[in-house]
Design a protein. Structure first.
Length: 121
């Protein structure tokens, strides 16, 4: 089985230490497939009224949102092939449904891609 045969959820959950070993007679033994994360530079943004829409120039399977702790919000992220939507939800009473933040929320956005490399083991 190749790493490419694994479900995306499994790849993402184990990304930091993911390496699958295959026996490949044509390659003369064992080959190793390793995913590595490649990050773009984090960029500064402001979510006006708690919402941010972004159209990336390329497709990125991983998104990192960096929020100051003092903001007292958490991100609700919806992403597709052509657009990223981030809605910041206010951290309030855990016994009540949280509402979208109404303030301007400063944050940093980092887009990540995956690269598959093959090593001879």
């Amino acid at each position: 089985m190749s790493v490419l045969d694994l479900p995306v959820r499994s790849i993402v959950e184990h990304l930091d230490d993911l390496a699958a070993i295959n026996r490949d007679p044509a390659a003369g033994g064992i080959t190793r497939e390793v995913f590595t994360k490649e990050y773009t530079q984090a960029s500064d943004h402001v979510a006006e009224s708690g919402i941010f829409l972004h159209t990336p120039q390329s497709t990125y399977p991983l998104i990192r949102v960096l929020i100051p702790v003092a903001a007292d919000v958490y991100p609700e992220i919806s992403a597709g092939k052509h657009r990223i939507s981030i809605r910041f939800m206010a951290l309030d009473d855990v016994n009540q449904r949280n509402a979208q933040a109404q303030a301007a929320i400063p944050f940093r956005l980092q887009l990540c891609s995956l690269r598959l490399s093959h090593d001879q083991g």
